[in-house]
Design a protein around this ligand. Structure first.
Ligand SMILES: Cc1cc2nc3c(=O)[nH]c(=O)nc-3n(C[C@H](O)[C@H](O)[C@H](O)COP(=O)(O)OP(=O)(O)OC[C@H]3O[C@@H](n4cnc5c(N)ncnc54)[C@H](O)[C@@H]3O)c2cc1C
Length: 557
């Protein structure tokens, strides 16, 4: 099947050719690229900003794997299944936890340096939902920065990996059989490859990260606009579990008007013993869950939101004063610096915190080889839904998922290549032209989308709140159509393409969340507060209709 819709954009003015084109340069994209290249495939990485401009660099807590004495993949599996609230794909989880420890060792071999004790062993900490110390970290709380540094250095020193930075990927290209044959992209800047072009490839890997920017408050960087999910929907691929957005319970509260990326106060701070308290100093997580402050994230985010509502407060507090200055400086230097930069000193005062959108458990549906429902199109990392997270991601499983499933994609590509099943593809130009151009919303719609989503489809959801969000989003889409009809369309450029992606992904997310009439994992319906296994122990699969509207269909039980 060829794409039925595409972003409004000029026709490609240049073409490049490779074997595998990887979109995105976080832990997932760079791991695919390094391994595909090792397998002898010509590999190109295309990335929207600089190589290290994704969520990977921001990860603080660490990467989970059964590396410690007495810990086993089976125990890691159990904790992951509990967090996933009944809809994890158990085989995918088994793959994750079994292949995880060696994948981390291979990451170390690439050059990532994890924190070690005086005995030389990797130091492991605990995070919410884990019954064991199994989180490896680097630079105290700078794990993602170290992983990103090591991978970026490795690809930069490999002349076999071609890198295109500042390039926004627009849409998928297919051949006459509907197999992925490349993509269209817009390269910012001046050079031989400037403006809109096409990359022809035998296989396409999407590793575009998350979609946190659909909400006003998020831990995700500016590049996390859900482009991969939007592209996949337009290309006819199945997307699933979009309603399961994890809200991180504790980001630094920066004031009532704060928007966009906000500093995270890692779960590891609670792991080391900091307490959540209200303005009166009362520890409100006690008695709510056996793990108190270390309960799974959704429980903590809901408890904070409830307490804020009950008390009419704008935030709660995280109290780690008892750590003392030395521990703050050594164990959490990044968080300490970011709090101090905003005028809060965690050594002497509790930190004001509030929940914010953090992680998309859903995404482009893949099998355990990272294959999507479009042949030749792969996805891994946060943009993908392999089924390991179910209705809620267990802390620090995402870097691991990116790593493990990226390796599996590269292995699948290598295998197909060696069996001569990865031929060159001729782009079906007529099909690409026939795809309907999506009208582009005005760039100012970005803030409106974020407000609608935070208000209507945030931590607390109901049919009424989501109907409000859906109506507001539909109005923005109508306005974009009207501007085209009046011959006053918004210019095709990075800002408007991103907003078009945000609008499509938000509309799809709200449609799925409104349909799931139950509370499960990180999807909390105030009007359906119970988990309903009889009807909802299954996934919602989202695709686009011929008119370009997202529609979610419950999977057979
Ligand atoms: C503050 C923070 C803390 C976190 N802490 C942890 C943690 O401790 N442990 C853990 O396991 N997880 C953590 N996570 C989650 C984890 O960091 C991410 O899920 C993971 O890094 C995602 O990796 P990725 O490779 O899929 O995507 P990313 O690292 O986000 O990379 C996506 C890439 O795609 C590019 N891209 C996007 N759209 C386009 C486009 N249209 N064209 C071209 N390129 C595009 C981006 O520029 C970027 O290079 C954290 C996340 C955040 C934000």
């Amino acid at each position: 099947m060829s794409a039925t819709h595409r972003l409004t954009a000029p026709a490609p003015g240049w073409t490049a050719t490779t074997d595998v084109v990887v979109v995105g340069s976080g832990v997932a994209g760079l791991t695919v690229a390094l391994n595909a290249r090792k397998a002898g495939l010509r590999t190109m990485v295309v990335t929207k900003a600089m190589l290290d401009d994704g969520s990977t660099r921001w990860a603080q807590g660490g990467i989970a794997a059964a590396l410690g004495e007495g810990d086993t993949p089976a125990q890691h599996l159990d904790d992951t299944l509990v967090a996933g609230a009944g809809i994890c794909d158990e085989e995918a989880v088994r793959t994750l936890v079994t292949e995880g420890p060696d994948a981390v060792r291979r990451l170390i071999a690439v050059g990532a340096a994890f924190d070690r004790g005086t005995d030389g062993e990797i130091l492991l900490t605990r995070e919410g939902g884990h019954h064991r110390r199994r989180i490896a970290h680097a630079g105290g709380d700078a794990t993602g920065a170290e992983i990103s540094r090591a991978l970026v250095e490795a690809v930069r020193s490999d002349p076999g990996v071609e890198l295109i930075e500042h390039a926004l990927v627009l849409d998928l290209l297919t051949d006459a059989d509907g197999h992925a044959a490349g993509l269209t992209l817009h390269v910012m800047g001046e050079g031989q490859r400037d403006g809109v072009g096409a990359v022809r490839a035998r296989a396409v890997v999407l590793a575009t990260g998350g979609m946190g920017q659909v909400f006003s408050a998020t831990t995700n960087p500016a590049v996390s606009t859900g482009d991969g999910v939007a592209l996949a929907l337009r290309a006819g691929a199945a997307v699933t579990d979009l309603e399961f957005v994890q809200f991180h319970p504790t980001v630094l509260w920066l004031g009532p008007e704060a928007e966009g990326q906000q500093p995270l106060v890692s779960e590891a701070v609670r792991g080391e013993g900091a307490h959540l308290v209200d303005a009166h100093g009362t520890r409100f997580m006690l008695g709510q869950h056996e793990l108190a402050e270390l309960a799974p994230r959704d429980i903590v985010a809901k408890a904070i939101t409830r307490r804020m509502q009950e008390q009419g407060a704008e935030h709660m507090y995280l109290d780690g004063r008892h750590f003392g200055a030395e521990m703050w400086e050594q164990r959490f230097p990044t968080i300490l610096a970011s709090c101090r930069a905003h005028g809060i000193d965690p050594v002497t005062e509790p930190i004001p915190v509030t929940p914010a959108a953090h992680y998309a458990s859903g995404g482009i549906r893949t099998d355990r080889h990272g294959r999507t429902s479009v042949p030749g199109l792969y996805a891994c990392g946060e943009v993908a839904c392999t089924g390991v997270h179910g209705a809620n991601r267990l802390a620090s499983n995402s870097l691991l998922e990116g790593l493990v499933f990226a390796e599996r994609i590269a292995a699948d590509l290598a295998d197909r290549h060696h069996r001569d099943e990865l031929p060159e593809r001729a782009v079906d130009v007529a099909a690409a032209r026939a795809a309907r151009p999506v009208p582009l919303p005005a760039p100012e719609s970005r803030a409106e989308i974020q407000r609608l989503m935070s208000r209507g489809a945030g931590v607390l959801r109901s049919a009424a709140s989501m109907a409000g969000a859906a109506a507001g989003l539909a109005l923005l889409a109508e306005q974009a159509h009207a501007h085209v009809a009046e011959e006053k369309p918004a210019d095709p450029r990075v800002e408007t393409w991103e907003v078009a992606n945000l609008l499509l992904v938000s509309t799809a997310l709200v449609a799925a969340a409104a349909q799931r009439e139950e509370t499960r994992g990180c999807h909390w319906r105030e009007d359906f507060p119970e988990r309903d296994d009889a009807h909802w122990r299954r996934h919602l699969i989202t695709t686009l209709t011929a008119s370009g509207d997202p529609v979610s269909t419950p999977e057979e039980q």
